[in-house]
Write a new protein. Structure first.
Length: 320
């Protein structure tokens, strides 16, 4: 069985071709064009760019697969989170294309959330898909990106693959927003994650913000303010970048400890673009818990997890 996955998130158009039998995954993805100096796009512009980019990416993926795509099912993300009322217009571009493909080929269409895709992509790349067996124990998952800083409890479910329940989150600024705003402040190009990490690696500073949680939830707006003050005081850019990432690592460490304590120290999965940062990963890997991290290619926005979701819905036993 071969599955096609499509994801049109806020800043990346992506598609994936998954063959569980051959254990192969091919991906094509492209960032949305954000003008220099800007920290994002209007949703109408995001929909426009997805509509332009997705056909070419599908054509490229078909060429990678040998010249044609004839999937047995299509998976697509239709919302940011696996929660009632979760919605962003950018997902309409992928959802519409997937519906057309499924109807034209008379094949099943499986709709899920961008969040579900991130979690399954991380499990796939970490070799931990056994965590979604219906009989497997619940685990915690962090989805940390420009739009989310969420900790959720994931309970394997035969019908829904995973039941996702919120545990904690950022009450204001999201970690990815903090990274991008600090990066733009330092003259980096949006999205700023990779460049900010490279800059931070030039510093050996261990300084970080004090962490205060409220019912397990964090607040990150102060981090941006502190970095702005550091810049006014002419603190070296590398030290500001390191302070930003050290602080996010400290916040996620505190959130993990709190969530694990409340849920009996389960295994913890880390997914999302921010968690592709090696400095943050190294800090979290020191926790005395079973942890798993997505590989870089499966940590940033991608459609691989959406294809895995379609496979799990079509052939529940094919992943294990």
């Amino acid at each position: 069985m071969k599955l096609l996955g499509i994801d049109t998130s806020n800043y990346t158009t992506s598609c994936a071709w998954y063959d569980p039998d051959a254990q192969t995954m091919m991906q094509r993805k492209q960032l949305l064009p954000v003008p220099a100096g800007q920290a994002g796009l209007r949703q109408s512009d995001a929909v426009f760019h997805h509509t332009r980019q997705l056909p070419a990416l599908i054509e490229q993926l078909a060429a990678d697969a040998g010249g044609a795509l004839m999937p047995q099912a299509v998976g697509v993300s239709v919302s940011p989170r696996s929660a009632e009322g979760s919605y962003m217009p950018c997902f309409l571009a992928g959802a519409g294309s997937a519906r057309i493909l499924a109807a034209a080929a008379h094949i099943p269409l499986h709709q899920t959330s961008h969040q579900m895709g991130h979690i399954l992509a991380a499990l796939y790349s970490a070799g931990c898909l056994s965590w979604v067996k219906p009989c497997a124990a619940p685990f915690l998952a962090f989805h940390v990106s420009g739009g989310t800083t969420d900790c959720v409890k994931c309970t394997p479910d035969a019908e829904n693959v995973l039941l996702i329940e919120p545990v904690s989150e950022s009450l204001d600024l999201k970690a990815g927003q903090a990274v991008d705003r600090v990066g733009l402040m330092l003259g980096l190009q949006f999205p700023c994650g990779a460049a900010l990490e490279q800059l931070a690696m030039q510093s050996s500073s261990t300084a970080k913000m004090q962490v205060h949680l409220k019912d397990g939830c964090c607040s990150l707006s102060g981090l941006q303010n502190q970095c702005e003050q550091m810049l006014k005081k002419q603190v070296p850019a590398a030290d500001i970048a390191r302070y930003c990432l050290n602080s996010i690592a400290a916040v996620l460490t505190a959130m993990t400890k709190d969530a694990a304590k409340q849920n009996g120290d389960p295994a913890v999965l880390y997914a999302g673009g921010v968690l592709s940062d090696k400095l943050i990963q190294d800090a979290l890997a020191k926790l005395p818990l079973q942890t798993a991290f997505a590989e870089p290619a499966f940590s940033c926005d991608n459609a691989a997890g959406i294809a895995v979701y379609a496979a799990r819905k079509e052939l529940p036993s094919c992943l294990f």
